[in-house]
Design a protein around this ligand. Structure first.
Ligand code: ADP
Ligand code: MG
Length: 484
């Protein structure tokens, strides 16, 4: 048995390391429990198991990816600090998902619902990068044509505003009276995260509630994988028949079919067969039919034949309405200032906006602390940072003027009435705080004022903020909105 002794040493050492780590870990757990409370500790942290230490890094395991991501997001830094305080040689914490056989599986209640069941569902079928290389399971092709609908995506939960009211009205109309002339196909298009999928699911939910029609919803990607699987299992006839037997066919994210010529061809035939048989088609894409270059002309032409409805980028008002609706539904009190702040900061799409709010709400629930601007700044640190940009004096002037409802030109006018002079001072103050411009430079941007005027504004605003909490909060809100 060569190397037996060495082997023994290694095992003994590993065991010793394990028991030492266990002692440290139990101390860290005590502290964590005291910090976050028993419930949070049990929900999230107790599921951690301690892995090996390599160089300055310790690996901790969690049973699921969700838990891993959550713990990483919420406690990652704290775990690092605590480990480092216990064992100074440990400088980094690596969180990993344990193999199924290496750690106990989390109780089911800990798993939140997968955000979009369709995603999880599709994965089972379409996970392989090269689908042709993977033997498809025939049963799925036959029995399970459509992806499930997300029960949260209904007309009731869809917040209507200027940018989406037309698309919403069209969707409602199709749900009420499918296959009406002029509304078939319904083509919904718009940027990422603006509600296309939500509206399609809402149509489906509404139709199914009535229970009169059969509905199939799937992404274009899934359509392709199903089609390929059908070819491989020589069941294309069946696939076609199934598709052509539904009353309403909805295909999401059609742009996926660009460059997939065979699938496009198949879709085109299905499309024609259904429309000719008086069935309803609903399609979504990220661009209008005419802009979807890469799709066959005849398909584009047919897609544009019914109703084409554009979902525009959100406005500030719509973002506020959406946030208000979601906050109310969650039961967590989110102050208007926080909602305004989010609506100003996260303008790209509703999904991100929603994600930010959900995180705030989860945090509030978890720690039982009220949502404040400060907490928001903290909890959403990473998201907000990604949305950061350099702020200009012009922007500051515009935001401040908007906030106090004065004319932008008054930022550089000679008027000295308090109603304009005060906002102007705030704008100067913010320009000093948020930009690297010098006092004379700032003065010049405010109607060629002297740098002493700017200096005076800065100290006056500082003073007022100390005296008047409401004013301080206004300025603080503006600062956060503008901050880079
Ligand atoms: P898309 O399919 O256009 O990329 P989704 O429909 O998936 O976008 O929307 C992203 C997220 O934003 C979903 O959770 C959806 O519920 C939400 N959302 C989008 N628009 C609205 C709206 N007008 N009201 C309420 N929620 C919305
Ligand atoms: Mg979508």
């Amino acid at each position: 048995m060569t190397g037996g002794l060495e082997g023994y040493d290694a095992v003994a050492e590993a065991n010793a390391q394990k028991s030492v780590l266990a002692i440290h870990w139990s101390r860290i757990c005590q502290r964590l429990k005291a910090e976050v409370g028993e419930v949070e500790y049990r929900t999230w942290l107790r599921q951690i198991t301690v892995g090996p230490v390599e160089e300055d890094e310790i690996t901790l395991y969690l049973p699921t990816r969700f838990l891993r991501d959550w713990v990483r997001g919420q406690y990652g830094d704290r775990l690092g600090t605590l480990w480092n305080a216990e064992v100074p040689a440990i400088r980094r914490v690596e969180l990993q998902v344990a193999r199924a056989d290496a750690a106990p599986v989390a109780p089911e209640g800990d798993e939140p619902p997968v955000p979009l069941p369709t995603v999880a569902h599709e994965k089972a079928v379409s996970a392989p990068a090269a689908p042709v290389a993977d033997e498809p399971r025939q049963a799925e092709v036959r029995t399970d044509l459509a992806a499930p609908l997300d029960p949260r995506f209904t007309f009731d939960t869809f917040v209507v505003g200027k940018p989406n009211e037309f698309a919403y009205a069209c969707a409602r109309r199709v749900a009420e009276r499918p296959s009406s002339p002029g509304f078939n196909p319904l083509f919904l298009y718009g940027g990422v995260g603006l509600g296309k999928t939500h509206l399609m699911h809402a149509i489906g939910a509404e139709l199914l509630r009535e229970g009169r029609v059969s509905v199939a919803y799937m992404s274009a990607e899934k359509f392709m994988y199903r089609f390929i699987a059908a070819i491989r299992s020589q069941s294309t006839m069946e696939f076609k028949e199934q598709l052509r037997s539904v009353d309403v066919l909805m295909i999401d994210d059609l742009q996926f079919l660009i460059g997939k010529d065979n699938t496009q061809e198949e879709f085109f035939h299905t499309f024609n067969a259904l429309v000719d048989a008086g069935r309803q088609i609903v399609v979504s894409a990220d661009k209008s039919p005419s802009d979807l270059s890469g799709l066959e002309d005849r398909l584009r032409t047919r897609l544009g034949c019914g109703m084409v409805a554009d979902i525009h980028a959100t406005t500030f008002e719509l973002r506020i309405s959406i946030l208000e609706a979601k906050a109310t539904a969650s039961g967590v009190v989110v102050p208007a200032k926080v909602l305004e702040f989010l609506a100003h900061k996260i303008t790209s799409n509703v999904r991100e906006l929603e994600g930010a709010l959900n995180r705030l709400i989860a945090h509030a629930n978890l720690f039982g602390r009220p949502v404040t601007l400060e907490a928001t700044q903290d909890v959403l640190h990473d998201i907000l940072k990604a949305h950061d940009r350099r702020v200009t004096i012009e922007e500051i002037q515009r935001k401040v003027a908007e906030h106090w409802n004065i004319r932008l030109t008054d930022m550089s006018s000679a008027r000295r009435a308090r109603a304009v002079a005060r906002p102007r001072q705030v704008a100067m103050y913010l320009a000093k705080q948020l930009t690297s411009r010098s006092l004379p430079e700032i003065g010049r941007k405010f109607g060629n004022r002297d740098h002493t005027t700017v200096m005076h504004a800065v100290s006056r605003v500082t003073e007022l903020m100390e005296q008047d909490p409401a004013f301080a909060e206004d300025v603080e809100l503006l600062r956060r909105m503008l901050e880079s």
